[in-house]
Design a protein around this ligand. Structure first.
Ligand SMILES: Cc1cc2nc3c(=O)[nH]c(=O)nc-3n(C[C@H](O)[C@H](O)[C@H](O)COP(=O)(O)O)c2cc1C
Ligand SMILES: CC(C)CC(=O)C(=O)O
Length: 389
């Protein structure tokens, strides 16, 4: 019998018999405020912030909230199984941790703690190129657990080649290429505090440890760390890239390649033509294009364009199990979650990230069961109604 993630609720109640209550809230929307009180406005502002006046991030939430679940009754849900296949891999649940850069601003154990949490719960961890921990260290902490690598497609081809080689050698099985960040967006919350984490003693050790990256520096990192950061800022992404450039990645990566940040159905068709394996329908959690379409509103059209030719994943605004349910009903195979686990990490390290994963999946399990589904595979658009205000 598959694991029932919902059992977490009775574990919490039973622990309560000895006076223990969860160290973190089980409504994950409360984490941001707690994290800000504990960790201060700079780091939490960076994590919480978004592009422009925040309208994209708000639209992400509104698009999920506007869709309502239409539960079905009397459908035998006593045995449930949340497992799905993603990119040819069996996963225990339709969830992965999104790539989030420089996690050392949240916790000293940074990506290592988050990756351990993912491994402990059986959820894939997507490591950011901009990790504050070298990818080999993160991989070692994960044993043989499922890990995927997110690529910022650098201007310097040798850095990209080096990252791909390192990721392969470190056992990352899939490549997520982020397309929506050819430049860093206008982010007022960071600009108003003049806070860019890379310049606050954090650096991005994943680049700084890379021989091809270091070869481009005039001075060693320790002699001029700010110059190294500015070199990173100038080269980590390449606004000159176009669709034919994907051939280079296809030639240099044997495993699945997923394009992250696709919102237009024509771009999904282009992904198919370029031989890609999947897309993440995402607007980067509202952090890139101010005024962008909400990710959940873009999802159905991308799903339709992809047909069965691409694995369609989803992120941007997911804060609860019912949000995951809605994204799956709109056609996503699985979802990624970003900020909630970053706050969990900041507040309680590995245990905090595990708490976030367990809350999301317990709530998903219960939402499915209470709505008449024994697993994600039977969900469809008919399980949702759209509120018109
Ligand atoms: C602090 C922070 C850093 C991020 N860094 C990266 C990154 O390095 N690479 C990337 O592809 N996406 C990055 N993202 C975007 C996430 O992968 C994901 O698309 C987004 O967080 C999803 O929205 P959510 O935070 O509402 O769940 C970052 C997001 C945040 C909040
Ligand atoms: C710009 C990156 C290095 C990090 C990122 O993706 C983000 O802050 O959203």
């Amino acid at each position: 019998m598959a694991k029932h993630w919902a059992d977490f609720q009775y574990e919490i109640y039973l622990n309560g018999m000895t006076g223990a209550v969860p160290r973190l809230p089980t409504d994950l929307t409360r984490l941001e405020e707690m994290a800000e009180q504990r960790l201060g406005p700079g780091p939490v502002g960076y994590v919480a912030g978004s592009a422009g006046n925040g309208s994209t991030a708000r639209a992400n939430r509104a698009a999920l909230d506007r869709r309502r679940i239409v539960p079905r009754m009397l459908r035998d849900v006593h045995e449930r199984d949340l497992s799905v296949e993603v990119l040819g891999r069996p996963l225990p649940a339709p969830l992965a941790l999104a790539p989030v850069g420089v996690l050392s601003i949240m916790h000293p154990e940074a990506e290592t703690a988050a990756a351990r949490a993912a491994a402990a719960q059986g959820v894939p961890f997507i490591l950011s190129s901009a990790s504050s921990t070298p990818m080999e260290q993160v991989a070692e902490a994960m044993g043989d657990a499922e890990r995927w690598f997110q690529l910022y497609w650098a201007k310097d081809r040798e850095v990209t080649r080096s990252f791909l080689d390192r990721a392969k050698a470190a056992g990352f099985s899939a490549l997520f290429v982020t397309l929506d960040t050819p430049l860093l967006a206008w982010r007022p919350r960071d600009l108003d505090q003049a806070y860019l984490p890379f310049l606050h003693g954090v650096g991005t050790a994943n680049y700084f440890s890379d021989p091809a990256f270091r070869a481009g520096l005039a001075k060693p990192v320790h002699e001029d760390p700010n110059a190294a950061v500015m070199h990173f800022v100038g080269m980590f992404a390449d606004p000159a890239k176009t669709w034919p450039d994907l051939e280079f990645l296809r030639e240099n990566w044997d495993g699945p390649i997923v394009l992250k940040g696709v919102l237009h159905p024509d771009d999904a068709r282009r992904a198919v033509n370029a031989g890609m394996d999947g897309v993440v329908v995402s607007n980067h959690g509202g952090r890139q294009v101010a005024g962008s379409v909400a990710a959940a509103d873009a999802l159905p059209r991308v799903v339709e364009a992809a047909g069965d030719r691409l694995t369609v994943l989803f992120d941007s605004g997911v804060r609860s199990g019912d949000d995951i349910y809605k994204a799956l009903a709109l056609g996503a195979r699985a979802v990624l979650v970003g900020r909630p686990y970053a706050y969990g990490l900041g507040l309680d390290g590995q245990a905090g990230v595990e708490h976030v994963i367990r809350c999301l999946l317990a709530e998903l399990d219960l939402t499915l069961a209470l709505s008449g589904h024994s697993g994600p595979t039977t969900l469809g658009p008919d399980d949702l109604a759209e509120e018109t205000v």
